[in-house]
Design a protein around this ligand. Structure first.
Ligand code: 1HN
Length: 324
């Protein structure tokens, strides 16, 4: 072999001399790598975590004195998972945030490839979002979709501060890298329609009526999967209802989940973490972590998960009761 271009390689007389010559070429010996690349089951890098609405709301009210939507674009608080140097993602593929908008404020229009949704926590009259020109009311309990590349902007023309939760698949887009973002050229997109019903709006009243017709699971909970996946294929969105004293128990699975409490209060055990939760709170159930959510009063939980991604790629696995 011609070793003119690789005298250091050619000169190696042992593996220990070979390794630095390999490293200089961005080669690493598979039998000598610094970290394992395969392991027997998911390691659960992300932690179970709980965020309180009461604290986020207080912080946003304070911030509202000092930062407006003109400057901030969105006045939101991201719920980051304290793992490594992460200061953004809530779970491996998902991020959630609290957002507040004051009376007479507008959050200007933009679009991006990540899919987004909002769960409205507290809103007076006059709160609405515009999605690709369609004006959609934002009422307490509503879930509103702003799918991949749809223009979206938020308006508060009422007298009350409005609060909601955002959930997006931005961390999945970070992993796969198809990120595109564009501010609206005119800042505020025109409203072109005011539809009575929209495939992008799910009301709490309709979800509750449909839930009541479903049979309960063994743990007494009922779950309604929203018809959202034709618009947002990366996430499964659902509502679960629990009666007072009821529970929702989920086995370990490869799915990442974020829960938002639409109504109710209780306690939960997610892996090693146990806590009390209340209306408006957020919590994350990371991949391969079992959870048990117990309700003290009548409860409605909203959930966003990456289950469709794992299923589509053949990576969906769930631990059966026999293995737990
Ligand atoms: C976003 O575009 C909104 O449009 C809210 O209201 C939260 C969090 C991360 C990235 C984009 C919004 C967001 C976001």
């Amino acid at each position: 072999m011609n070793d003119r271009h690789a005298p250091d390689l050619a000169a190696a007389t042992s593996l220990d001399e070979l390794y630095p010559a390999l490293a200089a070429r961005c080669l690493t010996a598979g039998w000598h790598k610094a970290r394992p690349s395969l392991w027997p089951s998911p390691r659960g890098a992300f932690h179970p975590r709980h965020w309180r609405y009461s604290e986020a709301r207080l912080a946003m009210d304070l911030a509202g004195e000092w930062i407006g939507t003109e400057l901030a674009e969105r006045r939101n608080l991201l719920t980051f998972n304290p793992v490594g140097d992460n200061d953004y993602a809530t779970a491996r593929t998902l991020v959630s945030a609290y957002q507040m908008i004051k009376p007479d404020e507008h959050a200007r229009a933009h679009r991006h490839t990540p899919n987004a949704l909002r769960v409205v926590l507290d809103a007076g009259p006059g709160l609405y979002t515009v999605v690709d020109g369609a004006r959609l009311p934002m009422c307490r309990g509503d879930v509103l979709l702003t799918p991949n590349w749809t223009w979206h902007s938020h308006y508060n023309e009422g007298p009350d501060r409005a609060y909601w939760i955002d959930m997006l698949d931005v961390p999945l887009v970070h992993l796969l890298e198809p990120m595109f973002f564009e501010p609206h050229p005119d800042e505020y997109q025109p409203t072109t329609s005011t539809p009575e019903v929209s495939p992008y709006r799910f009301t709490q009243a309709e979800a509750e009526a449909r839930l009541a017709l479903l049979p309960p699971r063994a743990d007494g909970s009922r779950t309604l999967v929203l018809d959202s996946q034709t618009h947002m294929p990366t996430m499964e969105l659902s509502f679960s209802s629990l009666c007072a004293g009821g529970a929702l128990a989920l086995p370990r699975s490869t799915v990442n989940r974020i829960f938002a409490v639409s109504e109710g209060e209780g306690r939960a055990q997610i892996g090693e973490l146990s806590f009390e939760w209340a209306r408006g709170d957020l919590f994350v159930v990371p991949s391969w972590t079992a959870c048990r959510i117990e309700a003290r009063g009548a409860t409605l939980l909203f959930q966003a998960s990456d289950e469709p991604v794992l299923r589509a790629l053949g990576f969906h696995r769930e631990e059966s009761a026999a293995n737990t």
